[in-house]
Ligand binder design. Structure first.
Ligand code: S3P
Length: 170
């Protein structure tokens, strides 16, 4: 089974994906890392050079063309589910899990912003207002997930059993 973790920047997708991958012994993929490999540059440089529209096209290409194995844990970028048919595509390929987090908690977790081109120049007040607005738009997509969970409550054993996922042998 492929499990896609989705949610806003800073909600902990990469960390939770790593933990879930260890717990189930499923291989781990991070779409942002795959994009950086494909583009041969950091995402922030790609945004600067080519702009967001080009980034979204590359993001879709990587998501929908990477040869993921049958069982995989896949961390996605915060905007990925909200462009093209990506959300529908992920739901057809496996399970999507939305890690929910309150805007104020996201602000406090997004202290180091320089690697995130959409928010790199914002102070905390601007960031909170950006998150509140964006989250409203994005939740239309995030809420199409198979499962929505409070990111702080994520219990790996419980998640695996809810989703009927069994560990692969080590
Ligand atoms: C983005 C989130 C980033 C990265 C890019 C755009 C977004 O990923 O894909 O900077 O639009 O929310 P993370 O959610 O892993 O920070």
């Amino acid at each position: 089974m492929k499990v896609f973790l989705i949610g806003f920047m800073g909600c902990g997708k990469s960390t939770k994906a790593k933990q879930l991958s260890n717990y189930l012994n499923y291989p781990l993929f991070d779409i942002d890392n795959l994009i950086e490999k494909e583009a041969q540059m950091p995402i922030s440089d790609y945004f600067k050079l080519h702009g967001e529209s080009a980034f979204r096209i590359l993001e879709k290409h990587v998501l929908q063309n990477h040869p993921f194995p049958e069982h995989a844990i896949i961390a996605t970028g915060g905007g990925l589910p909200c462009f093209f048919n990506n959300m529908k595509w992920m739901n057809a390929q496996g399970i999507t899990v939305y890690l929910e987090m309150h805007p104020k908690q996201l602000v406090s977790r997004l202290g180091n912003r320089h690697k995130r081109p959409l928010i790199k120049d914002m102070d905390d007040v601007q960031l909170l207002s950006f998150i509140e607005t964006k989250l409203k738009e994005r939740e239309t997509f995030y809420k199409q997930a198979t499962l929505s969970l409070n990111a702080f409550d994520l219990d790996l054993a419980q998640l695996a059993s809810t989703l009927n996922l069994t560990s692969l042998p080590k």
